[in-house]
Ligand binder design. Structure first.
Ligand SMILES: Cc1cc2nc3c(=O)[nH]c(=O)nc-3n(C[C@H](O)[C@H](O)[C@H](O)COP(=O)(O)OP(=O)(O)OC[C@H]3O[C@@H](n4cnc5c(N)ncnc54)[C@H](O)[C@@H]3O)c2cc1C
Ligand code: FES
Length: 291
């Protein structure tokens, strides 16, 4: 597949009308935890499927027929075409309806939307990824990207936290990433069962374990607001420039392409200016939220 830098953002593959969802079939469903499943989805049209391109950190709008749409990150490997994976926490009407359709069901898909992780800036950097809960879904394509292009960066660290061992997503892959040593992966849980041998405590505790070379560190974080905030402050205090601390944000979405204003965040639209922002772009908005 052709390789894209994050500045060459792929245009949405929605046909002539960006509002019109493309039919896409659910070909497989993997259980991640009690309310979260990974849906493997194939765009039905052969030509569109084979030309669909996207970058780590981008998202699709998934449509449950007759119910509505939800923004869902693409969680698979962007250099492996054909099947798109979406890891969905079943929380409301759209995600429940997609879940009910299950394997063989046909949904609608618009995208890819948004600005993803800055993979074109990775060269020569230490990369620290911080994820909480389902925030690992948009980070996972970044892990795949780094594993494919390992020679382009120095240290690669993945810090992941969730409530209990049973709440992990991609548990088998996390084990493989932890043990194979290609990246430094560390998983922590807030509450452990007796057979858990890893760290216990919130993911922000792991931040203290990271030795940071501020001159060459890039941070990419996605999780609940508290996690994003803690990750940003932690690395800023360690003198990592705000322009190299990246956060993926969530806001209510409707159009996905900058028309409706639903996702407005200060002067930004999360769907087009984000969802990934350098902290330097949103520091003022962050500060005004805290005031
Ligand atoms: C850029 C972007 C990427 C996203 N990627 C993913 C993804 O990869 N996987 C995923 O599962 N979701 C993802 N989301 C979140 C998803 O879009 C929302 O959860 C969406 O509202 C689900 O639609 P729904 O109709 O099922 O639930 P809604 O009807 O919108 O919500 C129902 C109820 O659930 C609550 N709720 C909504 N979202 C959450 C949540 N995340 N956690 C806890 N409670 C919630 C609401 O407050 C509401 O009370 C993403 C959002 C954005 C903006
Ligand atoms: S979702 Fe419509 S402007 Fe962002």
């Amino acid at each position: 597949m052709t390789q894209l830098g994050s500045t060459d953002r792929p245009a949405p593959f929605c046909g002539l009308d960006t509002w019109l969802p493309l039919p896409a079939r659910i070909t497989r469903v993997d259980q991640e935890n009690f309310n979260t499943r990974t849906f493997h989805v194939q765009i039905v049209d052969d030509a569109v499927r084979s030309s669909y391109r996207w970058l780590p950190g981008q998202f699709n709008m998934l449509y449950a027929p007759g119910i509505g749409e939800a923004a869902i990150s693409i969680s698979s490997d962007c250099e492996q075409g054909g099947v798109l994976e979406h890891t969905i926490r079943v929380v409301g009407s759209v995600t429940r309806a997609i879940d009910r359709l299950g394997e063989g069901g046909v949904i609608g898909l618009r995208g890819p939307f948004g600005r993803g992780w800055p993979v074109d800036q990775i060269d020569g950097h230490d990369v620290v990824m911080v994820a909480g809960g389902i925030g690992l879904a948009p980070i996972r394509p970044l892990v795949y990207w780094v594993l494919r292009h390992r020679e382009r960066c120095h240290r690669v660290i993945l810090l992941y936290g969730c409530r209990t061992p049973d709440d992990q997503v991609y548990a088998d892959e996390l084990k493989a990433w932890e043990s194979d040593g290609v990246i430094d992966a560390l998983v922590t849980v807030d509450n452990a069962a007796q057979d858990w041998v890893g760290p216990v405590g919130v993911v922000t505790n792991l931040l203290r374990r990271v030795r940071v070379n501020a001159e060459r560190t890039m941070v990419m974080a996605c999780g609940p607001k508290m996690l994003n905030r803690a990750a940003a402050w932690n690395f800023l205090q360690l003198h990592v420039p705000a322009s190299r601390v990246f956060l993926s944000l969530e806001r209510n979405m409707n159009c996905g392409f900058g028309r409706c204003g639903h996702c407005q965040y200060g002067s930004k639209f999360v769907c087009t200016d984000g969802p990934v922002f350098a902290f330097s772009e949103i520091a003022d908005i962050f500060a005004s939220e805290e005031a």
